[in-house]
Design a protein around this ligand. Structure first.
Ligand code: ARG
Length: 458
């Protein structure tokens, strides 16, 4: 049994230590300490200004909270599990500092609106950080794409060489994904930019509070319009977890490509030493651990989304203690994605692109087969017939152990009198890329256009 709780009035017996530990959240919700104090500062300013408590008391409480904030920043606050969560820990520390007047702080407030407020403040700050980090990642991709407009690589479908493309074009595809991610987080900011404070336990309060004032003091766009929704809404966190999951899925896709590209089979890129690790047994190894970890960590982020969705499913209004389970997944996701974004940007910035090797690998394949079919189709042969002819020729080449560009001109003329000497130029990867000039295609001019458009937003 432990000492008396802040809510202990109606209890005769206390909690046993192990039960108390099960119910406590202080081990993890102390991450919100700063936001809890800031929320309390706004609340007490409002209590003073509206005359709900004497201004003098409000000033004493404010001074105490300011001191606690400094002490927290200096790493001097010690939290106690017997005070359950960050809210009651701060209130207890405040009481120790300024005495019973601290008890006036909780007038017209409940931990239910308080915890929701802390979560909004925390996530609002994190979202701004995520959007900024994404902007840096997008800029990294953009400048890399610009550098590699003319770098030719095999484009794949089914992981088989399909058609040659510009490496810049490939990178811009990821740029677009991360731009959509960024837009999703920006929309998420709107749903996070709301103040639950003043909803109290669930029904509002009889005190003449000013919710507009506290919302403004905390920098929120506006207060929630419904007190029940304010204390039980966790959509803003679910949105964050869903957006983070999509982002991680995108990051794991590009990481998977980097892992492939730096393998002996591809050798398209060389990752810098700073983002690679060695093996404890195989001296030659240089492993893309960081890319693998981003790919792997997508699992925990998806898990956090499903964890909270499951917590929220069927939860009746308004506050239920289940909601305490909303925090760890959110913290974990925020911490995971902010580092992962930086690691990915760092890997991309510091890697070496083996452009000659990339281009060469489009010379030893049949990724120009569409060029030959298109060549015949342009000259009037129905595309289906052209497809059939080229398919047969590819088969013949594979049997002879060479490629379309190695087929002698006499053989081409036997195949079709539509084929002229310029076929060899048409079959070059560079020509193939250059000529795919349809809107959004891989043609160099189109890639340049994409990059120019993208640059306008920075
Ligand atoms: N630690 C709690 C949480 O994270 C704070 C709210 C507690 N409210 C209550 N009525 N028990 O959800």
């Amino acid at each position: 049994m432990t000492e008396k709780k802040l809510w202990g009035g109606r209890f005769e017996a206390g909690l046993e230590k192990w039960v108390e530990e099960f119910g406590a959240s202080i081990t993890f919700d102390q991450k919100m300490a700063e936001f809890d104090i800031k929320g309390s500062l706004a609340h007490v300013s409002m209590l003073g200004q509206t005359g709900i408590i004497p201004q003098e008391d409000a000033d004493t409480i404010k001074a105490g909270l300011e001191e606690l904030l400094q002490e927290y920043k200096a790493g001097q606050l010690v939290f106690d599990v017997s005070n359950e969560d960050i809210h009651m820990n701060i209130e207890t520390l405040l009481t120790e500092k300024i005495g019973p007047v601290a008890g006036k702080l909780h007038t017209a407030r409940s931990r239910n609106d308080q915890v929701a407020t802390d979560m909004h403040l925390y996530l609002k700050a994190k979202l701004a950080e995520v959007v900024e980090k994404l902007s840096h990642l997008r800029q990294t991709l953009l400048s890399l794409a610009e550098k590699h407009i003319y770098t030719i690589m095999p484009g794949y479908t089914h992981l088989q060489h399909a058609q040659p493309i510009s490496f810049g074009h490939h990178l811009m595809a990821y740029y677009n994904m991360f731009t959509r991610d960024s837009e999703r987080f920006a929309f998420n900011q709107q749903h996070t930019d709301l103040s639950p404070l003043g909803a109290a336990a669930l029904a509002g309060t009889t005190f003449p509070i000013d919710r507009q004032m506290t919302a403004e003091l905390m920098g929120f766009a506006k207060p929630y319009s419904n007190s029940l929704d304010a204390v039980s809404d966790r959509d803003f966190i679910l949105e964050f977890l869903a957006n983070a999951s999509i982002l991680m899925m995108h990051m794991s896709r590009i990481c998977e490509e980097l892992i492939n590209w730096c393998s002996n089979e591809y050798q398209f890129v060389t990752l810098s030493d700073t983002f690679s690790t060695g093996s404890s047994i195989m001296p030659q190894k240089k492993n893309p651990d960081m890319a693998e970890l981003i790919r792997g960590k997508s699992g925990r982020v998806f898990g956090n989304l499903f964890g909270l969705l499951t917590v929220m499913k069927s939860l009746p209004l308004a506050y239920n203690k289940d909601l305490q389970e909303d925090k760890e997944g959110m913290f974990d996701t925020a911490e995971t994605i902010t580092v992962a974004i930086d690691i990915l940007a760092g890997m991309l910035e510091s890697m070496t692109v083996n452009d000659a090797h990339m281009a060469e690998s489009t010379e030893k394949d049949f990724s120009n087969a569409t060029e030959l079919a298109d060549y015949l189709a342009v000259k009037g042969l129905p595309f289906r017939q052209a497809h059939e002819i080229v398919g047969k020729l590819v088969l013949e080449c594979t049997k002879n152990g060479h490629y379309l560009q190695d087929v002698p001109f006499e053989r081409y003329q036997e195949i079709s009198d539509l084929i002229e000497e310029d076929i060899y130029t048409a079959l070059q990867s560079k020509t193939a890329v250059e000529r795919r000039n349809s809107l959004g295609g891989t043609g160099f001019d189109q890639v340049k256009k994409q990059i120019e458009e993208a640059k306008k937003v920075f």
